[in-house]
Design a protein around this ligand. Structure first.
Ligand code: 13P
Ligand code: SF4
Length: 347
């Protein structure tokens, strides 16, 4: 049974037709997911934007996602974020001016690294990457992009997620003594420049508070209960947690992992709760799906049917998400480099 809010959303979608596209990230609530024109992980959603012809693009996710869409949107297109105060806590751990200061300080000390930013970062950080020949990645193509970055021969600063960075380095076989986590306190004055010169990959000390809650002990408890249970986690979890899991990958990877598991499979998932709960109800009676721990992203959860309806009602009057020109161009160059490299790399 459709709620009155759902009926109003459906009526606006019908009236707007191809002039409106609703993009939704997998972590959104079911009540929002059901209105998606396109549902996806960060990589799939950014890839779709350049091909959209709709004048109004409504992005149900967090701020950096809508900002990335605004960078990729064409002239005359408008990107709307129904929850303007939905921030990614991890993206906020790398403020643009601090990233610039740290990169400049490293360069002045003879360590001119190539910056590789996780898509969970502000436009200012993406612009800092674009201006220095760097690029961005998502959790789905981090290995392809880090390999590309390493091949440029300048050493790499991976930011802001030290967990995804370390997990990807392990996947690529980067030696533990070639990695160094920066101390960015006091505007970068605490950097250990000697250690930064010795390491091939430097990490920004950021992490996702939602994924940091999953601990190796949680997986050990699952294994004690039933050694046959499969554990799949997002690579924003700690390297110790990822090492114990049966598999790790982006939100789309996790969805595919569950879809491809045989009937009767028992799967425990270490990622954001709304996605895990959706999979649990989708496969109810066929496969057992449980969260490794109940950990929800409160910013993603700000998106509701009501906030979506409010955004749709105000499409012609709302101020769309914008990125200033001096940031947009270098940031777009960094994003475009990722789209080009990852298309060649198969993901
Ligand atoms: P994906 O890129 O896997 O969709 O994840 C985005 C995110 O915010 C994970 O916390
Ligand atoms: Fe950011 Fe973590 Fe929320 Fe993803 S789950 S949007 S990384 S705070």
């Amino acid at each position: 049974m459709k709620t009155p809010t759902a009926q109003q959303i459906a009526a606006i979608r019908r009236a707007r037709g191809t002039g409106l596209a609703i993009l939704v990230h997998h972590y959104q609530r079911d009540e929002v997911v059901r209105h998606a024109d396109i549902l996806g992980d960060s990589l799939e959603l950014s890839r779709q934007v350049p091909g959209l012809t709709a004048r109004d693009i409504v992005f149900c996710g967090v701020h950096f996602m809508a900002e990335t869409a605004a960078m990729l949107a064409g002239p005359g297109q408008r990107v709307h974020l129904p929850t303007p105060d939905a921030a990614c806590v991890m993206a906020n751990m790398a403020p643009g001016p601090l990233v610039e200061a740290v990169l400049d300080r490293l360069a002045a000390a003879g360590r001119d690294v190539l910056p590789l930013a996780y898509v969970n970062s502000s436009a200012a950080v993406k612009a800092a990457c674009g201006r220095r020949g760097g690029t961005i990645c998502t959790s789905a193509n981090a290995a392809t992009m880090l390999k590309w970055a390493l091949d440029q021969g300048r050493g790499v600063l991976f930011l802001p997620d030290k967990m995804l960075g370390q997990n990807t380095c392990r996947r690529l076989g980067v030696a533990a003594d070639s990695m160094h986590i920066l101390d960015v306190r006091e505007g970068g004055r605490r950097l250990d420049l000697e250690a930064a010169r010795r390491a091939e990959v430097l990490f920004w000390p950021g992490q996702c508070v939602i994924h940091s809650r999953f601990k190796p002990g949680d997986i050990e408890a699952v294994r004690r209960e039933n050694p046959e249970t499969k554990v799949v986690v997002h690579p924003e979890c700690s390297p110790e947690t990822v090492a114990l899991a049966d598999a790790a990958g982006s939100t789309s990877f996790i969805i595919k992992y569950v879809a491809e598991a045989p009937p009767g499979a028992d799967i425990v998932i270490g990622t954001e709760l709304h996605l895990v709960a959706r999979l649990a109800s989708q496969y109810q009676g066929l496969k057992t799906i449980r969260p490794l721990r109940e950990s929800a992203c409160t910013n993603m959860a700000k998106g509701t049917e009501e906030t979506l309806l409010a955004a749709l009602t105000a499409l012609d009057t709302a101020v769309p998400v914008t990125v200033p020109d001096d940031v947009r161009e270098p940031a777009r160059a960094a994003v475009q480099r990722m789209l080009d490299v990852s298309a060649r790399g198969g993901r």
